[in-house]
Ligand binder design. Structure first.
Ligand code: IVH
Length: 688
């Protein structure tokens, strides 16, 4: 039977819509629909294709993960070789100057020639890939190999949702796109955290993660590793008028729907290159992916041709590096740290080493199994990684360098690491739940380490916001026995505080005032401040909204708790266990008795959801509301706060010094309001 025309049309529409959402999400980083809606579209397409297999086109988003495991990869010959790039080892400004001077000399430019234009981009730390599109359809993806011949990894590359299966617009007959497959840092961290909690091996770094999954013979395993892609150049092209400059090539690739990194510029002369190198270094830690430097390319393709190559390296490009994010050092000791919820984390004390721009002396080893799996021992030479704002970690041991008991034997000098049986801070038993990766001190708030951290957490800006109650003061208060629970803070007198180290009369007075001021709070902040395991800021907000008042929350059982959005059995169990503890109830009662209060409300079902389904973007500084507060109010009214402006944005709330988001809103004709407008919207639901 022939496919009914309505079904064929519906399948085509679904394919286009799903790929449009993929593009918005994975390429533009601006999600357009909720995940649940995306899943619904995807399932609808799957069902249609199951009913009519003829509808299963090669560019269907359902076909990203298909194929069977391969026995081996087939070779692919690159019509245009994949070159490598000359590296400027000098990480200082002279690296850029040397390159610019070389270009001037090779092009025989006169002294007074105008500056040369360069395309300046990031040097992504992943794996080079060539994508081949024929008549707009992705037909092949290959690794670089030796530059002449690579491997066919099409099945694996198809699983990367940032890679379009079909190009947008009028596609050339043949377009080969060169670029980098990489794993973003958040994806890497999430993947490793999950592996760790399952007791499975972790990835050493994002680059190995990317390279390993691209070269994975089973595409299903490759699909489990979250990868991304950036295009940075061309291979073979046919039936296409190439633009005149590299920067215009990248613009064209972006217009075809390919992901092109936004951090790039056209630099004129060495001065601009140096500025780019410096600016990107300053942003390096906050980028969501690893880079190991920047790349400069002569922008004019005609000049590139004139400059040509030497031994596989173009003379028109150079990589200007940054200091490495991994380094070798020696483990001097392995200690354990006790966290707020008692979690025991092994920490390697290191011989100081400069890595990722700072001197590192400690690195996390995550948990007992992880240390055992990596078999990190005292005296070992290890690779330490520090990238982005994450805590430095030991990624691997250099086995050959392990110190031995004697020169000719093979017995290691130090035994394998074992977790202490009692807490180093309070002597309580250390216990590990059957399915848990993490061991915990059972001392609870009896343990000074947990008490200190519970207090830091309680006083934090996003919790009770007690200004001036810093780490050092909390430490002294706990050590001196002045404060056992958060409730004790509200009984502190100026005289007691003034006796502490580095605390004068005036600052003691200020702190007492700040503590008193924190009594007037919000229910969600209070719930968050309690430090219940698995209850972060967002969950605290959901709980406050759902129950409306604390007594309703205290009375809720696991079943009632799971009525709250995003609260599952694990979170519900943590909450029940927390409130079941008599000590915790006493602290809550003492806090209320001390005068801690918040506006009590009705359960959320009664609260009007004036902004249900609306997406709002906040930009600039609002006159009265803090950003967090505005966000919480919008969410309490059922709205969603997005990070960037798109056609789907319902309204932009702009404060002082609103920048590009405001401009974008104006371009797209999205309504713009101020703080007063937002409050009005929240009060009576007036439409903008
Ligand atoms: S261009 C003509 N641009 O660096 C030069 N390469 O040796 C061809 N890489 O493994 C490469 N970011 O995968 C170019 N923005 C960028 C890059 C980049 C990373 C990698 C590339 C290759 C190595 C070049």
């Amino acid at each position: 039977m022939a496919v009914p025309a309505v079904d064929a049309a519906r399948a085509a529409a679904l394919r286009a819509e799903i790929e449009r959402h993929n593009h918005a999400y994975y390429v533009l980083d601006a999600p357009t629909i909720p995940d649940a809606e995306y899943d619904r579209l995807f399932r609808e397409l799957q069902a249609l294709e199951a009913a009519w297999p003829e509808l299963r086109t090669p560019d269907s988003p359902t076909q990203r993960v298909g194929g069977r495991p391969l026995p081996a990869f087939s070779p692919v010959r690159h019509v245009v070789p994949m070159l490598s790039i000359r590296t400027e080892t000098d990480t200082g400004p002279s690296g850029a100057e040397a390159f610019d001077a070389r270009v001037h000399r090779l092009l025989a430019l006169p002294e007074d020639a105008p500056p040369v234009s360069y395309a300046a981009e990031l040097k992504f730390d992943g794996l080079a890939i060539s994508l081949r599109y024929v008549d707009g359809l992705l037909v092949q993806a290959a690794t670089r190999g030796d530059g002449e011949t690579g491997e066919d990894v099409t099945q694996n590359i198809r699983t990367i949702r940032a890679v379009p299966l079909r190009l947008a617009g009028t596609a050339p007959t043949v377009l080969e796109v060169r670029g980098e497959v990489y794993m973003s840092r958040p994806d890497f961290e999430r993947y490793n955290a999950r592996q760790r909690s399952l007791g499975k091996p972790t990835l050493v770094n994002p680059r190995n993660g990317a390279a390993g999954s691209v070269r994975q013979l089973d595409p299903k395993l490759a699909a489990e590793r979250p990868l991304s892609f950036f295009a940075y150049g061309l291979g073979e092209t046919e039936g296409w008028q190439r633009p005149a400059t590299h920067s215009a090539v990248l613009d064209a690739l972006a217009a075809f729907g390919l992901p092109v990194c936004g951090f790039r510029t056209v630099a004129r002369g060495a001065r601009d290159l140096i500025a780019f190198h410096r600016d990107i270094l300053a942003r390096r830690d906050s980028l969501p992916f690893d880079i190991d430097g920047v790349v400069y390319k002569v922008d004019s393709l005609a000049l590139q041709d004139e400059l040509g190559f030497v031994s596989r390296e173009p003379r028109w490009a150079v990589a200007h590096k940054y200091p490495a994010q991994e380094a070798l050092t020696i483990v001097e000791a392995i200690d354990v740290q006790v966290g707020r919820t008692g979690a025991i984390t092994p920490v390697a004390r290191l011989k100081p080493v400069f890595v990722g721009g700072v001197t590192v002396t400690n690195a996390t080893l995550h948990n007992e199994d992880e240390v055992r799996r990596k078999d990190v021992r005292v005296g070992d030479t290890v690779i330490v990684r520090r990238a982005g704002d994450v805590i430095p970690e030991v990624v691997a041991v250099v086995a050959e360098k392990r110190p031995l008991r004697d020169l000719f034997g093979d017995e290691p000098l130090h035994p394998p690491f074992a977790l202490p049986e009692t807490c180093p801070e309070c002597g309580s038993t250390v216990a590990r739940g059957e399915d848990e990766a993490v061991a915990r001190c059972t001392g609870g708030l009896y343990c000074p380490a947990q008490r200190r951290q519970a207090l830091w957490h309680f006083a934090a800006r996003r919790a009770m916001d007690i200004e001036g109650l810093g780490d050092k003061i909390v430490e002294q208060l706990v050590d001196a026995g002045l404060v056992h629970t958060p409730a004790d803070l509200y009984g502190l007198a100026v005289e007691a505080l003034a006796g502490l180290d580095r605390m004068g009369e005036k600052s003691a007075e200020n702190l007492v005032t700040a503590i008193a001021r924190s009594k007037a709070t919000m229910l969600n902040r209070f719930i968050f401040a309690l430090g219940i395991r698995n209850v972060g800021e967002a969950t605290a907000r959901d709980l406050a909204r759902h129950f409306g008042n604390l007594d309703a929350l205290l009375a809720a059982d696991a079943e009632a708790l799971q009525q709250v959005p995003d609260v599952g059995p694990v979170v519900a169990a943590s909450i029940v266990a927390f409130f079941a503890e008599a000590h915790n109830r006493e602290v809550i009662a003492a806090l209320r008795a001390a005068g801690v209060h918040w506006p009590e409300g009705e359960p959320a079902s009664a609260a009007p959801q004036l902004l249900a389904g609306k997406t709002i973007v906040l930009t600039g500084t609002l006159p009265n509301l803090k950003r967090d507060e505005a966000k919480a109010m919008i969410e309490a009214a059922g709205g969603k706060v997005a990070g960037s402006v798109s056609k789907k944005t319902d309204c932009v709330v702009a404060g002082d010094e609103a920048g590009s988001k405001l401009e974008r809103a104006r371009e797209l004709g999205v309504p713009v309001i101020d703080e007063a407008g937002l409050l009005k919207l929240l009060n009576n639901g007036a439409e903008t």
